[in-house]
Design a binder for this molecule. Sequence first.
Ligand SMILES: Nc1ncnc2c1ncn2[C@@H]1O[C@H](COP(=O)(O)OP(=O)(O)OP(=O)(O)O)[C@@H](O)[C@H]1O
Ligand SMILES: [Mg+2]
Length: 314
Amino acid sequence: MSKLDIAIAGEINLDLILYGLPEQMPTERELLASDFAITLGSSSAILAHNLAALGTCVGFVTKVGNDSFGTLAMERLRERGVDLTRIAHGVKSGVTLILPHGAQRHILTYPGTISELRFEDLDLDYLATARHFHMSSLFLQRELLPRVPELFRRMKSAGLTTSLDTNDDPDDRWDGTLLEEILPHVDILLPNEREAMKMSRADDVETALSRLAQKVKTVVVKMGASGAVAICGGQRFAAPAAPVTVVDPIGAGDSFDAGFLHQFLRGADLTCCLAYGNLCGALSTTACGGTEAFRDDARMREFLRQHNPKNQGT
Ligand SMILES: Nc1ncnc2c1ncn2[C@@H]1O[C@H](COP(=O)(O)OP(=O)(O)OP(=O)(O)O)[C@@H](O)[C@H]1O
Ligand SMILES: [Mg+2]
């Protein structure tokens, strides 16, 4: 009997968020923000945190910096009971600085240990004790990237189901050869609209969906305030976003993944997975960063109950 519901291999870092900066940011001027937050960031760690908050049993394998940023980031995962017994250690933490400007934002990342996780750092036997394997931020995994196809292949042959959220490619290359090698071993692909189009070289979301559906069993495309669409077994599904007052959209995509996979791992159907993904994406936008809305249990449960009474207590 497997102990872990899901094993996630990926990056961990803090997000430093400065709200209310002027839209024009000239150099050599002291520019004042109206507020500031330090939150657990990084797609993989946000997913691990929020899945654990929802009640899924998560094992997280990452490379953590040997500094106070690394310690604080790990503390946030430990608080939620994420299994961290197989982490590797590096020297200098990566960090992301986020400067929201209305609906747009600057996202500036120093990679540090984010890009230093190696295939040799992964305990494959441990990963294979889970029922499901997931990776996020594919293109930030510079060291691991060449062996990601092998990693997914080995997880599939060990009997796990798998999912992938590539997030953005900072080089904007969207290496087709690499994706061709990985996608046959992916059961659920979770891009946003732009990523889906880039990955499939399509000019619109519907073309992207149908192209990707030829390679992956379940394709889910996240569409911000418009909710999400999916294709599985030739059938198309759509689900609207929950109406909320947005603080910031940071980590909404990772929180969507958490809600979707939480239900998937409980055996729910695709309609339910999509609805819960939207609910968790919306919840994330109601507080700073990608994890703050999932730290206060009572607030989280109340939001999920209010917006979806059917899922009370899940
Ligand atoms: N303004 C909003 N109102 C309600 N729900 C939202 C809003 N923005 C995002 N969401 C929810 O969060 C989900 C994911 O958002 P989005 O499409 O921005 O993902 P993403 O671009 O992958 O995000 P990330 O920056 O975290 O990678 C949406 O599908 C939706 O369910
Ligand atoms: Mg995303």
